[in-house]
Design a protein around this ligand. Structure first.
Ligand code: ADP
Ligand code: ADP
Length: 229
């Protein structure tokens, strides 16, 4: 499962100032849809609507035909994993940060997730391993390492739907390239919305939609959009 549809969605944070003005998006289960567009176009907003931080004013968002407005909040949260631009970690252990939200997870599961996020070796090199504290009173992690912890947390959750909201935008280009490879591996088999602003980071997407003026201004594959200029 994990077929995501936005049907003619209208939404504004203030009812008289719509941000999305009739957005239609169809993301078949297991495919990757990239969403690009100028800053302020509403890219993060559509991710928040899927996660139901806000409700649409008109239209509908469905997962496998079920309106998100009728899905229980905990099922929705379990179905969707989000990797944000800047992951803020808790001042706690690396293990706690990976297992957050899945507190019952066993060590083997946590380690498997860390491997999938390519952060396991780094953790194992720390004197206290998974019990190493991070943040102000512990190890300082780089931006890329923090993103890998966020990816490990998402892998542990194992959601059918992924939202990558500018997940690599704050990284230098070399770290970005490394993390993109990891992200593309975890996208496999999941319905993924990639919010990005550099076309070069979404060459692999099954479809790219360009958001502008509250609507889909263009859609196509990377090659099709390049050919159109
Ligand atoms: P993008 O991700 O494409 O840069 P956003 O979805 O973050 O765009 O924002 C779309 C518009 O909505 C912007 O004009 C922004 O200022 C506005 N906006 C975003 N979040 C809020 C909020 N919580 N309250 C009011 N306006 C908001
Ligand atoms: P707690 O004391 O609540 O177990 P920890 O910070 O030690 O807190 O662990 C938090 C999470 O990290 C737990 O889900 C645990 O399974 C995992 N964890 C702890 N140690 C390891 C380890 N050596 N390898 C993998 N995962 C670990």
């Amino acid at each position: 499962g994990g077929h995501v549809r936005f049907d003619d969605v209208v939404f504004g944070y203030e009812p008289d100032r719509p941000i999305l003005k009739g957005l239609t998006l169809d993301v078949p289960a297991g495919t990757t849809c990239a969403v690009v567009g100028p800053s302020g176009a509403g890219k993060s907003t559509l991710a928040r609507l899927l996660y139901r931080f806000y409700d649409v004013n008109q239209g509908a968002i469905t997962i496998d035909g079920q309106p998100v407005a009728r899905v229980a909040q905990d099922s929705l949260r379990a179905a969707i994993g989000i990797v944000p631009q800047d992951t803020v970690l808790f001042n706690d252990t690396i293990g706690y940060n990976i297992a957050y939200g899945r507190e019952g997870a066993g060590e083997a599961e946590v380690e498997r997730a860390a491997k999938g996020a390519a952060i396991a070796d780094f953790i194992e090199r720390q004197p206290q391993g998974y019990a190493t504290r991070v943040g102000e009173r512990g190890l300082k992690l780089s931006g890329g390492e923090k993103q890998r912890v966020a990816i490990a947390r998402t892998l542990l959750k194992n959601p059918p739907i992924l939202i990558l909201d500018e997940a690599t935008s704050a990284l230098d280009s070399r770290t970005e390239a490394d993390i993109l490879a990891t992200l593309q591996a975890i996208e496999r088999g999941r319905t993924t919305l990639v919010i990005a602003h550099r076309l070069s980071t979404i060459v692999h997407a099954d479809q790219i939609v360009v958001l502008d003026g509250g609507r889909v201004a263009e859609r196509g594959t990377h090659g099709e959009l390049l050919a159109r200029g």
